[in-house]
Structure formats: C-alpha cells, structure tokens
Write a protein that binds this ligand. Structure first.
Ligand code: BES
Ligand code: ZN
Length: 850
C-alpha cells in the first residue's frame, strides 16, 4: 500500500470527489502498539462527480473488518488505499483498523510523544489513522469517542460526554480530515475564558505536561489578544464553546490549527523569562495568532486541494504579520519579515527549488510547505491590499467570508472575490501566483528643470520549468526627499504594469533623492546604482523607517563586498552614518539594533553571486570578522554609555520596549567583547536573570573562545529543560570556528542528551550547522559528508525532517567547481540509498537537478 514509485500530482488533474461525507463517527481504543480505530462514515454520491469510483486513502493500516450498510465487504487493495463496490445511493461505511502509534517515528498520523498520544494530520496524515477520502474538499462533521486509561483524552469540537475510561467530542463544523486531532495523556491545563463580541462564553485551555504549568501564562495572553484582534480587525468571532491548545515535545512543525484543538510544538508555545528569549516570546505570540487565525482562514474556509495551500497559509501569515505589527512596532516587524523573506524565499526563488505560489505539480505535498507558499504568499496579499486600498480590502474580505464560509476554495475564488468587491481586473495580478522567480527592478532617474523622472525596468530570471516571464503588476511606493532632508513628495504608490515604465514628478525646486520601494511594497530586488553618500543621506533622513534601515543595510553590504573582493570600502561613511543612528535617543532601540546588524554570510554569498562573483564562505567569514573588529574599534568610545542606557532596570517583561533595549544592548556587548577581553560578557553571564541576557552573554563568550566554564554551568543548570538544552546545542554549533564546526557537530551528536528522534534537538544541531556557511562549506567536503551521513540515518525515522534539512544543499550552484563536485557526490550518495523516502528523494533530486 505504500507508494512504490513516486507519482507526480498535477493541478489540472483535479476532479471533484466521487462521494461526499455527511457524518463521521470515530471510536479510538487506545493502546501504544495496537490502537483500534472504528469508523462509521455516512457517504452519499456527489452530484458533481465525473466518476463513480469509490476509493478511500489508507496507509500502514492493519484491516480488521469493513462493511457497507451492515453487510461485510472485502475491499480491493490499490496503490495508496482501497477500492470498494458501493451503491449509487447514500450508504454507511463501517470499518475497524489497527495502528501502532508507539512505532510511528515519522510523527505523522497518530503517534506517541513523551508518553502521550497525539496526532498530526496535515497534509495527508489522516490516511494513517483510518480509511478515508483524505482530501481537503471532503468536509464533514465529526463525532469522536476515545476509550483508554489516559487521564486526559481530547479531540476537536465541544465535549459532549465522558465517563470512566472514555470521553466523547462533537465538532459541528464540517471539516476536512487534515484538521482532525486527538490527544491523550497525563496533562494539566491552564484555564481561562474569553467572551466573544456577541457575548458568547468560550472556555480556553492550554494543556501541558505536569511541571510545565509555569510556562503557559504568556501563551494564554497571546491567545486572548489574537481572539480580540480577529474580532476588531476582521470581524471574525470564535465558533465553539471551547478552544484548546496542547504542547507536544515531538512535533515536525511549529504548530497546527486543528479545529478547536491546536497542537503546538513545545518550542512554539511554552515560555518563561528564565527559559526563553525575547525572540522566543515574539515568535510564540505570532504563531499562536497564526494558528488561531486559521479558524477562519483555513478551517471555516479551507482549500479545495493542496495546490491552493497559499490560500490559507499566505493569507494567514499576512494576518499574523499584521497582528504582530499592531502588537509591536510596525516598522521593526516589517524589517524582520523582509529579512526572513530575503533569507528564505529569495534564496529558494534563486535556486533549484524555485516554484510558483500556486504550483502546477508536486510529488510530496509535505515538501511544499515552503517559504514561497508562506512568505511570498503573504507578500502577494500585502500587494493586493496596497493596490485595492484598505477599504477595498475590507470589502473583499467581508465578501470572501460571506460567499465562501463552509467551502473548500481555490486561489481563483479568492481573486474573483477581489474583482467582484472592487471592480478591479486582476488578470495580470494573478501572475504573482503563477510565475516563479524574484523580479529584478532596475531604476534610472532623470532631472530636468523642475521635472523629475523615474524609469523602472522589470525582468524576472528563468526558474526551473519557466524560461520566459510576463511583466508583473508592481506597486512601487515612492517618496522624494529634498536636498535639505525634508520630504518634498510624500509616499505615493506607483503602479507598474509594463516591462519598462516612466513616472514623472513636476514642479520640484531641486533635484530630490528618491526613496523607492518604501515599506518594501513589493517582493522584488531593487537594482539601483547610487553613491555611498546618498545612502548615508537616506539612512539619516528618510521618513520611511524601512527605507532608512534599507539604506544602512546596503551600505553595510557595499563595505563588506569591497572587503571581500579587495576593493576600497566606503567604511568611514558607513561607520559615521551608523554611529549617528545609534546615538538617536528618540529612535526605537529595536530599530537601532536592526540597523547595527551585519548581513549574514548566506545573504552575502547570494549578493556576490548575483553580481557575478563566486562566493567563498571562508573569505566572507574573514571579511565579516574584519568589519566587526574595525567597527567595534571605531565605536569604542560610545559603547559603555550606550550599554548602560540599554540596561533594563525594571523586572523582565517580554515587551517590545524592553526587548528592543536588550537587542541593542546585545549588539553593543558583541562589540565590547572584542575589546575588553570579554569581561563585560562574563559579568553579564554571571548575573543574568533571564534567558535573553544569559544566552546573549554566552554567545559573546563563545565568539571570544572563552565559554568553556559558562557552557558547563549552563548545562548543569538546564539539563532537565529540553527547550533550553536545544539552545545549548544550537549555540555551540552556530558560534564554532569554521574549521571546528564539523567537529563540534560530531561531538554534540555523541552527547547523551542528543537524539535524532526529537525534531527540535536534531534541528538545533544540524539547522545551526547548515546556517553556518563557513563551517558547513569547508573545502575538504567534511561538512557535506557529515550532513549527508545524518540525513541518511534520519530518513527511515523521520522523512519530513530529513527532506526539510536537505535544503542545506539548495544553494550549491553558487559555489566554486570543487565545492560543487563535492556536494554532487553527497547528493548522489543520498539518492543511491536503498529505500530512501519519497520526501527526501524528491528534495534531493530537485536540488541535484537530475
Ligand atoms: N498548517 C500549518 C502546520 C503544518 C504545516 C502542518 C505543514 C503540516 C504540514 C500551520 O498553520 C503553520 O503554518 N505553522 C507554521 C508556523 C506559522 C507561524 C507560519 C509552522 O509550523 O512553522
Ligand atoms: Zn498556517
């Protein structure tokens, strides 16, 4: 029943389900090695069907019995499931199967984590639980009875009964099987409640293992804020009597939006000041919001098929980004979102894994939960909102919920809603969904007697399977700054629709400095030749915070590029402009911290590659070190004062204000550590009473090569806290000397606390390794071999994580021939592994480009 040869699925092959489901009744008799799942499913023929074939998905199920309308039947086993002859009329299918959750290490379907039962069904995990039409356009109400001796046994919807050894749950809202969830184990809840805008009382429960209660307060607050925000901003109210979140230690993703019963990776919900960093708090708030927001954008309105994944994920990311912007600082959030977009999505778009926001085909859907579907999908919605305006967006969203509530929809449905609500033709806009690749936007300017012109040219490079691209509609937000630093033309959105287009501004007294792509109004690469002086001017004067930061960023890149390629670097201009920003008391410390951050090695590698230079990770590493050292020396005098200004004296709170001070404080401490023999870092490590400071100090000590004692103390203190130990593992790899990184990884994998069965632990080590280019890309190929060894070992245990981690190789074509051939050898070795999973096979072969 397991797929033998990977098959490609095509969007154009979509056909409606042959049978629809009116009701699902499930009974689970829990047992670690032999759980029985008894299903009773009411089917009826779909009037829109184009065939009469009755097929149910099923994988790794041991059949016990099955019947139709009470009469036993013997299904035919076919690829990926079973076929049965059924009446051309409504009927009831009943089946009993056996599954083994304790043996399920792939963490998909029903599995055990840390002694508790839990499920992960998106995208296609429900078929590992029972026979079912496991496709998102089959929606049905579920009733679930759980039998077992676990103290807590949960499923979706409202509790409708319980007794000795059983509980019953009823979810009245029709849902696809991927939103099914079951959790059972020894759990305790933080309880709270929320009253919805129409006055409905909702019980809130956040379930954790005993001992973790102290890490639930922030998550619960985040949930209530999310519920309120969705009412205030989108008019969306919660729709069950209870909303539950469960924290699970072994989880492939961050979190999952199962109806009424979200399941979270412990790392994505549990936090406390002692054990979690500001970044953890921020991510947790966003992810709780994200999964909660799916209740409307994903659950009430779901996807017709997995080609429409961005319909729910792009939109929900856009919603969680807007929420975070409202909770924190809009410009700082925007900068972080763009950093992540460039670091992940632009990287993807530039390599062998580039694909459309709405792909035409896939092999393994789990491999398509990508930055393009998520982050570019969110950018596309952001642009749509910019183009139709706030009012138009609101009208469209109201119409979307009105028209499609309870349905499984397509991206075309979504665009039609916008067309109907705003009267705007979105034919050209749809290219953002159907053409892969990051557009390059070249700008030239012209000044003539009071008239200023900007001419833009867009080109999008070829991507796998798409040679030629048509022009996109690009909203370009532009403002003009006069020579004295005043804004002479406020932000306007230019709508570019052609390959080349000129925009004219009249009646200006002097030639302005343009501030282009304000707020990063479109996911494009802006190519503009300007002087370092002009960027320093924008860093000092732009009223758009994003573009202020962007000006500093491109200055930093120019300096680094010059150092790497042995040219003269405009270092003094950069340092002086940055120093002024750092001294701006009235400017958000978090913004200043972002202005101080130096572009990552991966970013620099891509930047060099784009400009025709073959990047060498060792050289990038050394140049970055040189820049950091000379910058620290240049800023020497201002550091102590700034550091003391950034010291938070109030008790720890994970607020934007405090977090910003700690972030800038850390940036300063990094510089100081290069100058003071790491005295300040050691002192901070010794007295830190929260994880943000403690980890920040530890990172500085690692950079200085003086962390041995601190690492031991840290480990002693936190050995029983898995999430903190993940940080201990991660940090040592991330801050290893390039030529010691592989050794460090090997040493850590031999640590008794290392296990590859836990995705968080595996990712701590190997995610950090892949994120350390100079360590990973050692010339002798040792890094490639080491990662390949572990991917081969992990694949039979957890194919999803293996496939995801293969992404470490996705940028291989940037590098020199020697490195490329070393990587090719490892890719081929992985591909030659007998029994390699479909997930990993697809990823490695796409990367290899066979
Ligand atoms: N629906 C996804 C979780 C998921 C993804 C399940 C892939 C199965 C396969 C969930 O809503 C999600 O997107 N989670 C993200 C976090 C979010 C804040 C972007 C995650 O888990 O990383
Ligand atoms: Zn999501």
């Amino acid at each position: 029943m397991k797929d033998a040869s990977p098959q490609t699925i095509y969007l154009t092959d979509y056909t409606p389900p042959t049978y629809l489901v009116d009701q699902v009744d499930l009974t689970f008799r829990l047992s670690p090695n032999a759980t029985r799942v008894i299903s009773r499913i009411a089917f009826r023929p779909n009037p829109d069907a184009v065939s009469k074939r009755f097929f149910l998905h099923g994988e790794e199920l041991t059949p016990i019995s099955s019947s139709i309308d009470g009469a036993p039947v013997t299904p035919r086993e076919v690829e990926g499931g079973i076929e049965v002859d059924v009446p051309d009329a409504p009927f009831v299918w009943e089946a009993e199967v056996e599954i083994a959750p304790a043996a399920n290490t792939a963490l998909e379907g029903l599995y055990m984590s840390n002694g508790m039962y839990c499920t992960q069904c998106e995208a296609e995990g429900f078929r590992k639980i029972t026979w079912y039409p496991d496709r998102p356009d089959v929606m049905a109400p579920f009733k679930v009875r759980i039998e077992g001796d676990e103290p807590v046994m949960l499923s979706n919807g409202n509790p409708t009964g319980s007794g000795d050894g059983w509980t019953e749950w009823t979810d009245p809202w029709p849902k696809p099987a991927y939103l099914f969830a079951l959790v059972a184990g020894d759990l305790v809840a933080r309880e709270d409640s929320f009253t919805t805008m129409s006055g409905k009382h909702v019980d809130l429960k956040l379930w954790v293992r005993p001992g973790d209660e102290g890490k639930t307060a922030f998550g619960m607050e985040a949930l209530k804020k999310s519920m309120k925000w969705d009412e205030d901003v989108y008019g969306r109210e919660y729709d069950l009597d209870i909303f539950q979140i469960v924290a699970v230690s072994d989880f492939n993703m961050g979190a999952m939006e199962n109806k009424g019963l979200n399941i979270f990776n412990t790392s994505a919900v549990l936090c406390s000041p002692e054990t979690s960093t500001d970044a953890n708090f921020e991510r947790i708030e966003a992810i709780i919001a994200h999964e909660y927001f799916h209740n409307w954008t994903g659950n009430r309105i779901t996807c017709r098929d997995w080609f429409q994944l961005s319909l729910k994920e792009g939109l929900t990311v856009f919603r969680d980004q807007s929420f975070s912007a409202d909770m924190r600082s809009p410009s700082v959030c925007r900068i972080s979102d763009v950093l992540s977009l460039r670091g992940r999505q632009f990287r993807e778009d530039n390599g062998p894994l580039a694909h459309q926001v709405q792909p035409d085909s896939f092999v393994e859907i789990n491999n398509f939960y990508t930055s393009t579907i998520y982050e570019k999908g969110a950018e596309v919605i952001r642009m749509l909102k910019t183009l139709v305006g706030d009012e138009g967006y609101k009208k469209a969203l109201d119409l979307y919920f009105d028209r499609h509530d309870g349905q499984a929809c397509t991206i075309d449905d979504w665009l039609t809603v916008f067309q109907d609500a705003t009267g705007r033709d979105l034919g050209q806009f749809k290219r953002w969904y159907k053409q892969a690749g990051t557009p390059r936007l070249r700008v030239s300017e012209d000044w003539n007697d009071g008239t200023y012109q900007l001419t833009f040219t867009q080109t999008t490079p070829p991507t796998p399977g798409q040679e030629v691209k048509e022009p996109f509609v690009i909203p370009i937000a532009v403002g003009l700054i006069g020579p004295n630093g005043d804004e002479v033309v406020g932000t306007q959105v230019l709508e570019m629709t052609e390959g080349t287009q000129t925009f004219t501004f009249e009646g200006l007294a002097a030639k302005p400095v343009p501030s282009i792509l304000r707020g990063f109004s479109a996911p494009v690469i802006l190519e503009r030749e300007t002087s370092a002086q002009e960027r320093a001017f924008l860093l000092a004067n732009d009223t758009d915070e994003f573009n202020r930061w962007e000006a500093g960023r491109s200055l930093a890149k120019e300096v680094l590029t010059a150092l790497i390629t042995g040219k003269e670097a405009p270092q003094a201009i950069y340092f002086d402009a940055l120093a002024s920003v750092l001294r701006e008391d009235h400017t958000d410390p978090d913004f200043r911290a972002l202005a101080l951050a130096i572009p990552s090695a991966d970013d620099m590698a891509q930047t060099l590659f784009d400009s025709g230079v073959t990047p060498d990770p060792d050289v990038i590493h050394d140049a970055t070190e040189t820049l950091k050292q000379s910058r620290a020396e240049y800023f020497q005098d201002m550091l102590p004062r700034l550091l003391s200004e950034m010291t938070v004296t109030e008790p720890f709170a994970p607020t934007h204000e405090q977090a910003g001070k700690r972030a800038l404080g850390h940036g300063i401490l990094q510089m100081l550590t290069r100058l003071d023999g790491s005295k300040a870092a050691q002192a901070l490590f010794d007295r830190a009473d929260n994880m943000t400071l403690s980890l920040g100090a530890l990172a500085c000590l690692l950079n200085a090569g003086k962390a041995d004692a601190a690492l031991a103390t840290f480990r002693d203190k936190w050995q029983d806290d898995a999430l903190v130990m993940d940080k201990w593992f991660m940090l040592q790899v991330a801050h290893a000397d390039p030529d010691k990184a592989a050794e460090t990884v090997t040493r850590l994998t031999q640590d008794p606390a290392f296990t590859m069965k836990n995705p968080n632990r595996f990712r701590s080590v190997f995610g950090a390794f892949a994120g350390h280019p100079a360590g990973f890309h050692q010339k002798d190929g040792s890094g490639y071999r080491l990662l390949a060894d572990w991917l081969i070992k992990l694949d039979p245990i957890n194919p999803q994580i293996t496939a995801r981690m293969s992404g470490a190789f996705e940028t291989w074509k940037r590098y020199d021939g020697d490195r490329q051939s070393l990587i090719a050898d490892q890719l081929d070795r992985i591909l030659a592994t007998p029994g390699l999973s479909r997930d990993t096979t697809e990823m490695i072969s796409r990367i290899r480009g066979a």
